[in-house]
Design a protein around this ligand. Structure first.
Ligand code: SAM
Length: 277
């Protein structure tokens, strides 16, 4: 293991490489190639079909931003649905809300969760909580067939390839809208606006065409493609910038706070221009 590198191919003209100090696991599940490695820079990482999904070192940024933004906006989140998120990081953050009574999680690939429990115990700590109900099935199918209603739906998907393609479709977002209560909130990871503007813009347009309010917000993820990383929030009622101030904020976070929340919705002009704003 003197000089082994993991190359992640982002676009035809751009790739990054991470120095590997150990390869811990590699298998082909029914859905994807799952590889777990130790890196010099990011600690332990999980890679699905050649794409970095989580790293020990920066996962807190992504998971805090996909969870605490919507859950801070909703005044009393009780029923939460997570689509994807098999590593458990999103579930761990949702469980920090005492108001939350039940969390359904639909992950298509059982092996992602099993391997996370084995290799990423800090991410997978929430699976044992009695409020978590984890089902291994296609989230697209679940959204089309379920009749359960939620306060918040979080789509923590992989990139729009393979089983995740439909998680970026207008029909899927329409089903999410139907499964939200009258003041419900949807949040989805919507990729890099700089490198994948088509995905970012089409996600925004789909959500804006369905929800009364559509709000992209940004963070920066060192382990993902460089530049800003986006999430898009669809809200039936609440304005994301008017926070529910009557509820005690979650303590002990490493990235999210009230100022980050407000700043995340400020878009650089080139991104506003993409959205025609
Ligand atoms: N934070 C990561 C990122 O943006 O790179 C994604 C985290 S999580 C590992 C993504 C999960 O979505 C994967 O475990 C994958 O198996 C799951 N997934 C993909 N398509 C799905 C579908 N149709 N239904 C449910 N889960 C799906």
């Amino acid at each position: 293991m003197n000089d082994i590198w993991f190359y992640e191919n982002h676009t035809p003209g751009y790739e990054v490489r991470w120095k590997i100090t150990d390869i811990l696991h590699d298998e082909k599940s029914d859905f994807q190639q799952i590889t777990i490695m130790e890196t010099l820079e990011l600690g332990r990482i999980m890679v699905l079909d050649g794409a970095l999904q989580v790293s020990e070192k920066d996962e807190f940024i992504y998971h805090e931003m996909i969870v605490h933004v919507p859950l801070s906006i909703h005044p009393r989140p009780q029923d939460v649905l997570i689509i994807g998120g098999g590593d458990g990081g999103t579930l761990r953050e949702v469980l920090k809300y005492e108001t939350v009574k039940a969390i359904d999680m639909l992950e298509i690939d059982r092996r992602v969760t099993e391997l996370s429990k084995e290799y990423f115990p800090a991410l997978a700590s929430g699976f044992a909580d009695p409020r978590a109900r984890v089902t291994f099935d296609d989230g697209v199918k679940y959204m089309a067939e379920s009749s359960r209603l939620y306060d918040v739906i979080i789509v923590d998907s992989s990139d729009p390839v393979g089983p995740a393609v439909q998680l970026f479709s207008r029909e899927f977002y329409q089903n999410c809208f139907a499964r939200l209560k009258e003041d419900g909130i949807l949040v989805v990871q919507s990729e890099s606006p700089f490198f994948y503007p088509e995905t970012f813009v089409s996600t925004y347009k789909s959500i804006a065409g369905i929800f009364p309010g559509a709000y992209p917000y940004l963070t920066a993820m060192p382990g993902y493609i460089s530049g800003p990383w986006s999430f898009t929030l669809g809200s039936k009622k609440y304005d994301p910038l008017a926070l529910a101030g009557d509820r005690e904020a979650v303590k002990g976070l490493k990235y999210y706070n009230g100022k980050v929340h407000q700043a995340a919705f400020v878009l650089p002009q080139y991104i506003s221009d993409m959205l025609g704003q």
